[in-house]
Write a protein of this length. Structure first.
Length: 327
């Protein structure tokens, strides 16, 4: 820093202010200092800067898997929003969905020096019914089943499901079958509950529930079972499983939407290229990720936990996989 100051003809304090992006430095002087930094190959010591200001400008993200569309797209949005605020993201995958695994991840994050944590997880996959966060940790949990003591951001799973089921019923279908995700998934169970509630509110019979594991292969197996059920409308808990259902129906000679209407959930980028293009519930993962970062930064600024649940709205995207009930 002294070398930069000497070359730029300024004080070391001015170099420090430029390095930290502090206001109050004349623009011409700032450019002069930056030019000297480039010439000498000077880069500020991030560890020293962090110790001085008490902030590492890093957000930790804990998650169980990168195998799902939602997690990947949410993480992408978190990283993009953090970068806009000049924060880095440190990713800590948890191999085993247990309380010990999560606590181990927090220990690692503490060692890596982060200012706050965003936890993308299914709370009830843990050994205990609530998340146990270290005292004083600024954190946001992406799961609406977290206890009231935590700040939660999540997609409005129930409202998205209601829109999907009501769309099919409004087309004249007498009931709607459902291919759900795994029972250990919060999102899956919230969608199952909303499916049942919507059918009950409309006085419709509830068909047997089928389950998959979010994969297209599991949707294909469910589709083979549905092919002999006589159903005319199916709500599938995600687009990947809906793709499998479409394949099974095609192999069995069942036309979509002429014979059976299908609605998915997620609105993945490829869903408009399915055959036929898939009607689905759009999840705004970009907004979800942005809100997570904004919420945790606000916690840091106000030094508070800000408990409560904030839901990101969904919208139904109608394409060619749904039609009025066959006559």
């Amino acid at each position: 820093m002294r070398d930069v100051a000497r070359l730029a003809g300024v004080s070391a304090q001015t170099v420090s202010r430029v390095s930290n992006g502090s206001p109050g430095v004349v623009e011409a002087t700032r450019e002069q200092v930056i030019a000297a930094m480039r010439e000498l190959g000077y880069r500020p010591n991030s560890a020293a800067r962090a110790l001085k200001r008490g902030s590492f400008r890093t957000i930790g993200v804990i998650l169980f898997t990168l195998a799902t569309t939602g997690n990947v797209r949410t993480l992408e949005a978190i990283a993009a929003r953090a970068a806009e605020e000049d924060y880095a993201v440190t990713l800590i995958p948890v191999a085993a969905p247990t309380q010990a695994g999560v606590q181990g991840a927090f220990s690692r994050l503490n060692e890596l020096a982060v200012d706050a944590v965003i936890v993308i997880m299914e709370v009830h996959l843990l050994d205990y019914s609530t998340v146990s966060l270290p005292a004083g940790t600024h954190a946001v949990v992406v799961d609406s089943e977290a206890s009231e003591g935590y700040s939660v951001i999540d997609t409005d799973q129930a409202d998205g499901t209601r829109k999907a089921v009501e769309h099919l019923l409004d087309l004249g279908h007498s009931t709607v079958w459902h291919v759900a995700g795994p029972s250990v998934s919060f999102a899956s169970e919230r969608r199952v509950g909303a499916w049942r509630a919507t059918l009950a509110a409309r006085g419709c019979a509830e068909p047997p529930l089928l389950r998959g594991d979010w994969s297209a292969d599991s949707g294909y197996e469910a589709g083979l079972s549905l092919a002999s059920s006589g159903c005319t409308a199916v709500f599938v808990a995600n687009d990947q499983m809906a793709l499998g259902v479409l394949r099974a129906f095609h192999e069995k000679g069942i036309r979509v939407p002429q014979d059976v209407s299908i609605v998915g959930f997620d609105d993945i980028p490829d869903s408009s290229s399915f055959s036929p293009p898939l009607t689905t519930v759009h999840q705004d993962f970009t907004e979800l990720g942005r809100r997570c970062v904004d919420k945790v930064l606000k916690q840091m600024t106000e030094n508070s936990t800000q408990p409560g649940c904030e839901l990101v709205p969904t919208r139904l995207v109608v394409r060619s996989s749904t039609a009025e009930v066959p006559k």
